[in-house]
Design a protein around this ligand. Structure first.
Ligand code: KG4
Ligand code: ZN
Length: 341
């Protein structure tokens, strides 16, 4: 079966083709990031995002078809991100997918964006097997889930305020770094000195699997005000202090989830999963405790069409969520725990 995947929930347009035939898998994928367009405004401007998705979707589709040597008439289904995300941006992908599917006479598979992230490590050459614990850390979400199978997700803990990626981005802004600051801040942190700036570890000992990151951002603001105008080394030290704090909490709660569940596999997904320090620390704990940690390929950590094509293919195969092309609704707010197999 050949599935087209379309991602347009925020500021990346992603298109991919996935085949469930033996020996196939991901055939081609293409991505356009709107980062440069939104940078001038210091954040995503929803209306600009929607309009740009409209411009990009057809050229990206043509590229994916050309790269894979496949034609539209070979498609068995079209998967697209139904939510959560920006309403207008979601509508572009949904309307395009539903219209194309109606024209081709194939069904559609509306996909939950976070399910795409959760399943993205299955795209790698060394995939995990069910069940596993997933640490989902993106710009909008920080959650620990027990994943038993496709559509079987039990929420174990989540952030009570800012998501991990959001905390990275807001802190980067405080340090005067360009949008989206997460990866730039992580880069700067590599030059910071360990323990030069010690910041709190929110909810480290809360006894549960929840997180809270907004206080950490405030602690950085207080530090910056204390110093006045930090020089390059001081900014790197603050970035390091911030990253060390957030990584320690994420690692500690993930290991707690592993211990409590008795499972031996941890999957890290979402944009913050690209963070090198987080990977270093988790890998070190994995060696110590004998568990395995799985990450998506770096290019599939942040938003992309491949993870939507994959989630769509797995759902299409199981018969779940598949519907005739035509009427549709997007779901800008959509808790993952509401999703069923
Ligand atoms: O999963 P994603 O692409 O989008 C959402 O679904 O939210 O994640 C984007 C988030 C942003 O907040 C970005 O700053 C963060 O992931 N991010 C990072 C790194 N690369 C991206 N955060 C920390 N370290 C990184 N290397
Ligand atoms: Zn995402």
């Amino acid at each position: 079966m050949l599935i087209l995947g379309i991602e347009s929930s925020c500021d990346e347009t992603g298109i991919a083709l996935y085949s469930t035939d033996a020996g196939c898998g991901l055939l081609a994928h293409a991505l356009h990031s709107q980062i440069l367009m939104h940078q001038a405004y210091g954040g995503v401007v929803p209306e600009l995002a929607s309009r740009d998705h409209i411009r990009r979707v057809v050229p990206l589709l043509r590229k994916v078809l050309a790269d894979s040597g496949r034609s539209l008439h070979e498609l068995d289904a079209i998967a697209y991100t139904q939510g959560p995300g920006l309403a207008g941006a979601l509508l572009v992908g949904a309307a395009f997918a539903e219209g194309l599917a109606a024209a081709l006479g194939v069904p559609t598979v509306p996909v939950h964006h976070l399910e795409g992230h959760l399943l993205s490590p299955l795209l790698s050459s060394r995939p995990p097997s069910f069940p596993f614990i997933a640490l989902l850390v993106s710009g909008g979400h920080s959650q620990l889930m027990r994943v038993t199978g496709v559509g079987q997700y039990q929420l174990l803990g989540e952030t009570l305020d800012d998501a991990a990626g959001e905390a990275f981005d807001k802190t980067a802004k405080l340090l005067g770094l360009p949008y989206p600051g997460g990866s730039v801040l992580a880069e700067l942190a590599e030059h910071g000195r360990p323990d030069a700036v010690k910041l709190p570890r929110p909810m480290l000992h809360s006894g549960d699997l929840d997180f809270s990151f907004s206080g950490l951002k405030t602690a950085v603001l207080t530090k910056v005000r204390e110093i006045g105008s930090p020089d390059a080394q001081q900014r790197a030290d603050i970035a390091r202090g911030f990253q060390d704090a957030i990584v320690e909490v994420l690692v500690s709660k993930s290991m707690r989830a592993i211990k409590e569940s008795g499972l031996k596999q941890l999957v890290v997904a979402g944009g913050v999963g690209a963070n090198r320090e987080l990977r270093r620390q988790l890998d070190a704990r994995a060696v110590k405790t004998g568990i395995s940690v799985f990450y998506p390929e770096l290019e599939f950590c942040t938003d992309n069409g491949a993870m939507i094509a994959l989630a769509g293919a797995l759902r299409f195969q199981s018969g779940a969520s598949c519907k005739p092309a035509g009427a549709f609704a997007v779901r800008p707010r959509w808790p993952l725990a509401d999703l069923t197999g």
